[in-house]
Structures are given as C-alpha cells and as structure tokens.
Ligand binder design. Structure first.
Ligand code: PMP
Ligand code: GLN
Length: 383
C-alpha cells in the first residue's frame, strides 16, 4: 500500500532554529548561548513542592482550567502587580506552557481570511498557528537598529478585516520593551474596533534598569479585549516543565477554553501544586529582574573588548550583537561557523523574519552561569 499523498498545511515550516542550533552545539561541544534556557538549577523548594505533591497522590487530571488555588493566587498576583482583577473561575486558565496558550488563543478567534498584525522579528510559533487557522499574517517590521514600532505603518495595516494584533514585551529576540506610550498608541488604534489583542508577556519579570513592565492588564481599555500569556518556565528557571497561563475577560476566555480542553484538557498536576507553593514568596519574581540584570551586565562588560557591537537589552534574557565589523557572511552562515570553529552557539536573527531580513545580527542567551558566560565571552573576544 502506498502512503497517501498529503499536501502540507505548513509547507514553509521546517525544523525550528532552536532545535537545529542546540543539536549543532551538542555535536560540536559548543557553549550553547543559542536556545533560550537556563543552564543553572531551579530552586530546591520548587522540586520539594512537586515531589511532595506526587507523594501525596496529586497524580491524576487537574481541573480543565487549572488548579483552583493556583488560579486564585495568580488572580491576587495580577491585581497587586497590574491593578486588574481577573476572576479565577472564568478568566484564568493554566496551560502546558506559553506556547499552548498562544495556540489556543489564536485558534479560538482567528478564522479563514482573518488578518492578524504581527511585529517582525517575532517568536517563531505565531505565524504557523495563524496559518493553520486559515488566517493571514500582516507584518510590521520593527525599525532597525532600535527595533521600535512604526506606528504609522501599523495604522495603514489596520482594516475591517483585522481580527487580532499580537505583541510581545519584553521582546524575544530583540530585548526591547514597550513603553506606556506604546500601549497608549495601540489603545488609540483599536478604540471603536472589534480588534482583539494577544499580548505575549512571558518575560514579564525579566526587565532591567528600573523599568516597569507595561502589561496590557494595566490599561483597562486594552485589557477588555486582550488575551495575556505568561510562562512559569521563564520565571522559575524550568523551561522543560512547560507550564504557563492565560488571562482574558470572560467572553474571550470562554472561547479559549473551548480550544484548550481539546488541545490538552488540562495541565500537569504536580507542577501546578509546586507553582502554587512558590507564589507564596513574591520575592522570587520581584528579584528576577536584578538577578538577570547582573548576568546581562557581566556578559556585556566582558564583550566590550570584542569586535561585536552590542545593542541595548532592556528586558528578556537575550542580548543582540552586530557582527558586521567581523564578517559579511549571512547571519546563518556566521552562526553556524562560530559554533563549529569557535565553539559558541548563537541564533541568527534573520530566522525571526518571514523574508529572512539579514541585518548581520546574532542573538545570545545570557540565562547562564557566570562561568558559562565568562568562558563564552573569552572565546567571542578572539573572533
Ligand atoms: N513567547 C516567547 C516570546 C518565548 O520566548 C517563549 C519561550 N520560548 C514562549 C512564548 C513560550 O513559552 P513556553 O516555553 O512556556 O511554552
Ligand atoms: N523561547 C526559546 C528561545 O527563543 C526557545 C523555545 C523553543 O525552543 N521553541 O530560544
């Protein structure tokens, strides 16, 4: 029997750059500053909470929207930090990572022919999910090298066909963050429309130099029309646990849950117990910004002696660097060569663009121990 012929629903999608570069890093024993994940351990307490939950028998399905006490604690946390109260019963859902929350939110509202505005460069999961839903992505490029939003361009992209606008602050891969003025500009654009917002805020606590995270939850007019996505993986140094959550007003969350319950039904139970325990200690996340700021500063200080030109990093755990003083190779060729010849893996920023825009910039992840960063910088200074 021959395999049936299938026409791919995602003909342009291959293996993600994160997988490719991490595999190359293993193959060449390179220091992996490519894929975004910490190389240091998570808190012992988090492991104890998860272990205790498993030993206490919390090993069966959690409620579909997530463990109630966890949703209650998230509601209280959001109100304290951003001044908006989300109802834990109807407006908060725990998901298997931020990625699953993005999938459910986009799938819940985007239909055939609907237009979705995205800011380029973007996190790689947005476009495939829009396309699976039959939607059409309209891209607005962040202005290089500051990577700021071109609001005039955004206004020209908005039409009666616009269903959704996706934003991400702090931003992967550029490390830029939205100001309150950016939020107000967006608010003015969507006022009196039916446009929905999807705000990817997985790096909410990783923000530097005294800046405050401008969650859409702080802006009532925006919050009324927004899904907001978060990730425990980023906040608690456990990207492999894959737990996140979504906040949205009830009418949006109702539609979100219709998808969520058939993507996964519910999220890992012991992990939810563990995060509920961790949320009793707000210091963990209120100090995360300074924890990562030290790493950023350490890495930047060491690289000051290199031929890389470092762009500002205002948030997230990513540092962009221009390498045009070193080479005129494409960023992908450069990243692959540096991995193979020098032993440091990075991500070429062109992969975050649909048209592979190559500004000769690579992304380093500094969610690493001081020793890893020191060793990597020593090598990078020789290039
Ligand atoms: N959005 C952005 C911008 C990210 O960088 C990531 C992490 N790769 C995610 C969403 C997904 O988060 P999670 O690992 O919890 O699925
Ligand atoms: N968010 C991480 C990054 O940008 C990786 C996520 C993934 O591997 N899909 O590096």
């Amino acid at each position: 029997m021959a395999t049936p012929l299938i026409s791919s629903k995602l003909p342009n999608v291959g293996t993600t750059i994160f997988t490719v570069m991490s595999q190359l890093a293993v193959e060449y024993r390179a220091i992996n500053l490519a894929q975004g994940f910490p190389d240091f351990p998570c808190s012992e307490r988090l492991i104890e909470y998860a272990e205790r939950a498993m030993r206490d028998g919390w090993n069966q399905y959690a409620p579909m929207p997530g463990m109630k006490s966890l949703r209650e604690k998230l509601s209280a946390k959001t109100e304290t930090l951003y001044g908006r109260c989300y109802n834990p019963d109807t407006e908060i859902t725990i998901t298997p990572g931020g990625t699953a929350a993005l999938f459910s939110a986009i799938s819940a509202v985007v239909g055939a022919g609907d237009e979705v505005i995205v800011f380029e460069p973007f996190y790689d999961s947005y476009i495939p999910v829009i396309e699976l839903a039959g939607g059409v992505a309209l891209r607005s490029k962040l202005r290089f090298p500051e990577y700021r939003i071109d609001w005039d361009e955004v206004r020209t992209l908005v039409s009666s066909r616009t269903k959704l606008i996706i934003l991400n602050t702090p931003h992967n891969p550029t490390g830029t963050v939205w100001s309150a003025d950016d939020m107000l500009a967006l608010q003015a654009i969507v006022r009196d429309t039916n446009i929905i917002i999807l705000s990817d805020e997985v790096y909410e606590h990783i923000i530097f130099d005294g800046r405050e995270h401008q969650s859409v939850a702080r802006f009532p007019e925006l919050a009324e029309r927004s899904f907001i996505v978060f990730s425990f993986g980023k906040t608690y140094h456990v990207t492999g646990w894959k737990v996140g959550y979504c906040l949205a007003p009830e009418p949006l969350m109702r539609e979100f849950r219709k998808v969520h319950q058939f993507v996964t039904f519910c999220t890992n139970t012991p992990a939810q117990h563990a995060f509920a325990g961790m949320l009793d200690d707000p210091m963990f996340y209120t100090e995360l910004g300074s924890f990562y700021q030290q790493k950023r500063d350490h890495f930047r200080t060491l690289l000051a002696a290199s031929r890389f030109e470092l762009l500002p990093s205002e948030g997230s755990y990513f540092q962009l660097a221009r390498y045009d003083a070193i080479s005129n190779e494409t960023d992908t060729d450069f990243a692959v060569r540096v991995t193979k010849e020098y032993g440091v893996a990075t991500i070429p920023v062109s992969v975050f663009y649909s048209d592979a825009t190559d500004n000769k910039v690579v992304r380093f992840c500094f969610a690493k121990t001081e020793k890893t960063l020191t060793n990597a910088a020593e090598i990078l200074c020789k290039i």
